[in-house]
Design a protein around this ligand. Structure first.
Ligand SMILES: [Zn+2]
Length: 291
């Protein structure tokens, strides 16, 4: 590479980094409500077997997904309700056809139901993408009685804003709530960051998505407890935030429900831990600094 070509590449990289920073804006002077030291979101991605069907996985793998809809979601809701915690259930639209009773139960108990695409994927075709989002909004509203205001997806920000969404929870570029603009610097949404380090599927899903890697094995829940406790403790010390990404077909298994419960009991012993839904946290961010 010539010196000129190298200099051009460096300039392009700098421009890309600056552009990214300009579109991902911290919530200036963000603070929690009085008495709150950190927020912890528990989110349940209610995928059941949808992602596994799309990947054409064998019946044995799909059965694991079915467990999430038939049993896992109920167990997790019961556990959270026993501790007075409201969770956010990110739900593909099709799940409304498959497990409406679980969703009605979750909504009736005050948990938030949010969008997670129609069939767990965003079509590249714009008209079809719009069709999927509108179908999902209608399906969720029919089952829960309320329009969703949040999503965990790669849906177009312009479409999301037009339909009244206020937040997305899909980036890993930060660790506290932030604002994200589209590539034109418009259609701003609150982003509630997540990360694979606090995603149950990374630790408890053998052969995830057909992976043959030796790292895709089942971990001891105690080992995951230690990792997640240290993630929590680090954030607790700095007035931070954690957004747990859990899946009922993964975390609905007995030993993992038990591990999550132990985690919650330990967190609740400390003063100032707030367990809002994602919508509550997004609205709190907006109340601090409107879009
Ligand atoms: Zn998902």
């Amino acid at each position: 590479m010539t010196n000129v070509a190298l200099a051009n590449e460096v300039e392009q990289l700098k421009a890309a980094a600056l552009g990214y920073a300009a579109r991902h804006v911290p919530v200036a002077n963000f603070s929690y409500p009085p008495g709150v030291r950190m927020a912890v979101n528990f989110t349940l991605d209610f995928d059941a077997m949808l992602a596994r069907r799309l990947a054409n996985e064998p019946p044995m793998q799909r059965a694991k997904g079915e467990f999430g809809g038939r049993i896992g979601i109920w167990r997790l809701l019961e556990m959270y309700e026993a501790h007075g915690i409201k969770v956010t259930v990110f739900t593909p639209g099709r799940i409304c056809e498959l497990y409406p009773e679980a969703l009605k139960r979750a909504a009736g108990a005050g948990h938030e139901i949010a969008d997670h695409m129609w069939e767990h994927q965003v079509p590249k075709d714009k008209a079809l993408e719009e069709n999927h989002l509108l179908k999902t909004i209608a399906a969720l509203e029919r089952v829960t009685g309320r329009r969703p205001v949040g999503t965990r997806s790669e849906h177009s920000p312009a479409l999301l804003c037009r339909e009244g969404f206020i937040y997305n929870s899909s980036t890993s570029c930060a660790y506290t709530p932030l604002y994200q603009d589209d590539e034109n610097g418009t259609n701003r949404l609150v982003q509630l960051p997540v990360h694979f380090a606090i995603d149950d599927a990374m630790y408890f899903s053998a052969n995830w998505a057909g992976s043959k890697t030796s790292s895709q094995r089942l971990l001891d829940p105690d080992e995951v407890f230690e990792m997640w406790w240290s993630a929590f403790w680090h954030q607790y010390k700095i007035n931070g935030y954690l957004n747990f990404m859990l899946h009922p077909f993964v975390s609905g298994r007995a030993s993992r429900v038990d591990m999550l419960e132990r985690l919650i009991v330990a967190m609740k012993k400390l003063p100032g831990v707030w367990f809002p839904t994602c919508e509550e946290l997004a609205r709190h961010s907006l109340s601090q600094r409107p879009l």
